[in-house]
Design a protein around this ligand. Structure first.
Ligand code: KIV
Length: 289
């Protein structure tokens, strides 16, 4: 695990390093919502690597080192097997690659549920190892005591309600939540409990739109929607999903690009040039003086 927080500008090989900006803070993100109104929506994307962070950073307010890296980077079947070491290493890389955004790191499944004390130790380990500013954890009312324990002891917490992927084995899948009245009431109650416990923001994932709006109106801290509503106080997507890295994505993802197509056709061009010996060409070769 990395223990140094120095910004390593040498990784910026292809582009000039952006001039270091003053990094946003957790209180600045929390303060975007005043008396229920968020004039400037919060822009959040996932990031897992230093270079990805460099590219996303100027456009975002928050970079989330999501445990979705389990599926996106490691090819795991869910977020359940993701480890503390994975989260700490990727979070450290994202901190090194960013200057502007608040970096939030997901607490992996099993690292925080047992007790507030257990959660504090895990969260402190992640923040010390990475230099990230805050943690995110999944769950509502059941996690409120933990959220209060952490936030009163110097660890800002972002909550996550609705579809909580770490609970896939309990939920039985990744379908939208809040379709029944009981489920809808529970999601609103969960978000209220996190807000009262001191969460600085709450991710609302995969819920029917009226629930996302009800949660946004019911809590004082900002909501960050994913498969929720444009009326949330901010939005987040998994970067690889919105770039078009995967063929199959959830219904709520908008693919802004076809990166998979670009990578595939570029690899094909390279392979053809290697095979017909047109690469490397004169521009790529060292000549004797
Ligand atoms: O792990 C993740 O990327 C997330 C976002 C989808 C909110 O939790």
């Amino acid at each position: 695990m990395s223990t140094t927080f120095q910004l390593d500008t040498s990784t910026s090989r292809a582009n000039p390093t952006p001039a270091p900006m003053r990094r946003l803070t957790v209180p600045m993100i929390r303060a975007r919502k005043v008396d229920g109104v968020t004039a400037e929506p919060i822009v959040m994307l996932t990031a897992y690597t230093a270079r990805q962070a460099q590219l996303l950073d100027p456009h975002c307010d928050v970079l989330l080192v999501g445990d979705s890296l389990g599926q996106v980077i490691y090819g795991l079947p869910s977020t359940v097997p993701v480890t503390m070491e994975m989260m700490a290493n990727h979070a450290a890389a994202v901190v090194r690659g960013s200057y502007h955004s608040v970096v939030v790191v997901d607490m992996p499944f099993g690292a925080y549920e047992a007790s507030p004390q257990h959660a504090f130790e895990a969260a402190a380990t992640l923040l010390k190892a990475s230099g990230a500013a805050a943690v995110k954890l999944e769950g509502g009312e059941a996690m409120a005591e933990t959220v209060a324990f952490l936030s009163q002891r110097g660890i800002p917490v972002m909550g996550h309600v609705g579809l909580t992927p770490q609970a896939v084995n309990v939920l039985g899948g990744y379908g939208a939540r809040g379709r029944s009245q009981a489920e809808a009431a529970k999601i609103v109650g969960d978000a209220k409990a996190l807000d009262a416990a001191g969460a600085f923001a709450v991710v609302v994932e995969g819920v029917v739109e009226p629930i996302a709006i009800a949660v946004t109106e019911a809590i004082s801290c900002p909501t960050i929607g994913i498969g929720a509503s444009a009326r949330c106080d901010g939005q987040v997507l998994v970067t690889e999903d919105m770039l078009g890295m995967f063929e199959r994505v959830p219904r709520f993802v908008k693919k802004y690009e076809d990166i998979a197509g670009i990578i595939s056709s570029t690899a094909e061009k390279y392979a053809n040039e290697v095979r017909d010996r047109s690469f490397p060409g004169p521009d790529q070769l060292y000549q004797p003086k």
